[in-house]
Design a protein around this ligand. Structure first.
Ligand code: ATP
Length: 356
């Protein structure tokens, strides 16, 4: 993140926002800042409180504690339609008896915007989502991806300060989902509106977000850029949730990280004394004759661009996963086979300590 971005005005500020449903705590009181123009993802497993957070911003759920501000204005007590936000849900709920452009213009008609302005804004919104050609089509004739793009145009036409998106690509198949991710990124760049996007799919969050809030148990565990969260997870939960991790339990002992099973694991010289585990990403683990950790290759899986190698450290429960780049099509090209005794290592800087 550049300094410029750091000093932008906040589009959304949550202060001490908590939510209980009866005795169940959906959100523990949390603070969250989303910067103006940012593509911000709320990411976490099912039930962690993502949708509740989004609904609190949208005004569909009133918080049990705390305040919600949008662009500096306290909107905590305002109903949804009085907030400068629009929401796109997973099920796009278009009006089936209207064509594409009528759907897009609907909100503007309700707000009594003039016909000429309605038409020009709808044209602009449809161009943004690449549906200019389909303006007069009945919505029943659209594919799922096209229908979701109409829903996006219908929200953008109102020029909201903040667009809330709750798993908007969740109902689409993987290929279409990936294509719409790219389109959504482009749309975001072109309109410059703040996007608050909920997903449980960490790859989607990594692909789209300027910053991500990783949530668990109704609390924000970490906020950061995709790089920060991937390379410097604050906790074992974040390391485990984002991508694949080797998590090696142990402790610092005379400047060396000693795994519980005895072997010394390479780590940076400034590793904190209270480190409880090292996180090492699979792509950092190398099979190297000079490596200090002996291991046995247990399996190889060819995944296309990489080959995934699992390794077990003898006399221990430690299993390591390494990914070798280069599209090795056969086991011979990777240079090892299941059953081989090898040595492994990683660069000290590739190990990241967590204290839980
Ligand atoms: P998912 O990805 O499954 O949608 P989520 O992270 O969006 O999950 P929330 O929908 O925010 O999670 O729910 C957080 C917690 O609050 C869950 O335990 C859920 O069961 C509970 N919860 C949410 N809405 C209500 C409600 N209206 N009444 C009671 N409990 C609720």
């Amino acid at each position: 993140m550049s300094d410029v971005a750091d000093h932008r005005e906040n589009a959304i500020e949550l202060r001490g926002v908590g939510k209980r449903f009866g005795s169940a705590v959906a959100l523990q009181p949390l603070d969250l800042d989303v910067r103006d123009g940012e593509f911000f993802c709320l990411l976490g497993p099912s039930g962690c409180g993502k949708t509740t957070t989004l609904n609190v911003v949208g005004g569909f759920v009133s918080p049990s504690s705390g305040t919600v501000s949008i662009r500096g204005r306290d909107v905590t007590d305002l109903p949804p339609h009085k907030r400068p936000v629009n929401t796109i849900f997973q099920s796009y709920a278009l009006f089936p008896h209207m064509n594409v452009v009528q759907n897009v213009q609907f909100g503007l008609r309700m707000s009594r915007v003039s016909k000429a302005e309605r038409e020009s804004r709808a044209r602009e919104a449809l161009a943004l989502v690449g549906l200019t050609e389909r303006a007069k089509q009945p919505v029943a004739a659209l594919s799922g991806g096209q229908a979701q793009r109409v829903a996006i145009a219908r929200a953008l036409v109102n020029k909201p300060s903040v667009l809330l998106l709750d798993e908007p690509l969740g109902a689409l198949d993987l290929k279409l989902r990936k294509r719409l991710q790219v389109e959504l990124s482009l749309i975001h760049r072109n309109v410059g509106t703040t996007f608050l996007f909920v997903t449980h799919d960490q790859e989607e969050a990594m692909a789209l977000a300027d910053r991500i809030a990783v949530m668990d148990g109704g609390a924000v565990q970490q906020v950061g850029t995709p790089e920060e969260i991937y390379l410097r997870p604050k906790s074992r939960f974040v390391a485990d949730f984002i991508g694949e991790s080797n998590i090696i339990d142990g402790r610092m002992d005379g400047g060396v990280f000693r795994a519980v099973e005895g072997f010394a694991a390479p780590c940076p010289s400034d590793t904190p004394a209270d480190a409880k585990a090292l996180v090492v990403r699979p792509e950092a683990i190398r099979i190297d004759p000079n490596g200090s950790i002996p291991a046995v290759v247990t399996s190889l899986s060819f995944l296309g661009p990489v080959t995934r190698v699992t390794l077990s450290v003898p006399q221990s429960d430690t299993m390591l996963v390494s990914t070798i780049h280069g599209g090795a099509a056969t086991h011979m090209q990777v240079g090892v086979q299941p059953g081989d005794h090898v040595n492994v290592t990683w660069d000290e800087a590739a190990a990241h300590a967590v204290a839980d």
